[in-house]
Ligand binder design. Sequence first.
Ligand code: F6P
Length: 375
Amino acid sequence: MTLKIGVLTGGGDCAGLNSAVKWVVKTAIDPNLATHRGESLEVVGIREGWKGLIDVDPANPESVAKWTTPLDELVVRTWDRHGGTILGSSRTNPFSPKIDKGELCVANIRDLGIGALVAIGGEDTLSVAHKLYNLGQKVVGIPKTIDRDLSATDYTLGYDTALNVIVEEVDRLRTTAGSHNRLFVVEVMGRHAGWLALEGGQAAGAHVILIPEHDFEVEKVAELLEKRRRAGVRYDIVVVSEGAKIKGQEEIYLSEKVDSFGHKVLGGIGETLAKRLEELTGFETRHVCLSHIQRGGQPSARDRLMGRYYGIAAVDLILEEDFGRMVAFRDGQITSVPLKKAIEKLYVVNVDQLYDPSRYNGRRSAMIPRGRSHK
Ligand code: F6P
């Protein structure tokens, strides 16, 4: 008997996805492991996430060839070096009341002969995986998102590469900012979680970091920057998360349109803030939105490795028939958690532990018990 594993990537692309797919394939079809297992495995990639599973017509060979692709050692050999997702992705939600295709996904999984499904994604993709599991499907998840906002895992694929992009880009801006005595406001992604802004900003040495978890006052940002100029600094870098809010105001969106998971696209706070800061300080100010650049580029060593470990672990879960779980990294170990736990609440920055609202930057205490006054 051969068990067919389906694998798909959903939601926003990022680095590390192709590595995870490669290692699902390599582990599943490893001939040495196969002899121990007494069961042979094969892997099929589903194109464009849940969209592929909805649009495929299993009775039509052309449609099957369009929406699915057999994956073997030779096909995936070089995948881990590449960013994005070679299988493609979409933000399609089969359970959105507008399309209501949950049951169709179940039927297509059956008719494609898929015995177990690996869903690689963030909160949205994994919430669909969880619903399919509740409908009796043999599903396991792999966490990815540059936002790092999934609970129950200390690592999500794509995060490290995105952090490195932020550092590289801020380093580039630093020279031009210095040459012209300018203030640069750099907007980064992260949705409602400030991880990319906080850790990217700290790694890049930003002077002010603004995160969604703490509403900020523009006047206070201006004061902090003026104080630095009085101390002789020539230029400044402010990193602002796309989900950060000016106190008393709402988040800023690029458009009011919502996707099938009910999200609007955040964006624009960098520009708004840059204008206000120029008015308040008189410093010549520019803004840069790093946007999707953060999701691109070659995967970092960490994302390649974590993709590998997660891919291997996903096959382990399948062989153990431990479905409805997501592979995870916790306390320095690869492990797994129920999908339900991963999606039940967003993992965001704990301001009391990590952020200093008086400096609008990372807290300067790493060992002091939390709650004490030293910052
Ligand atoms: O969830 C990942 C993410 O990159 C967010 O940080 C960002 O808000 C969103 O996706 C952008 O989505 P899209 O690719 O649909 O523009």
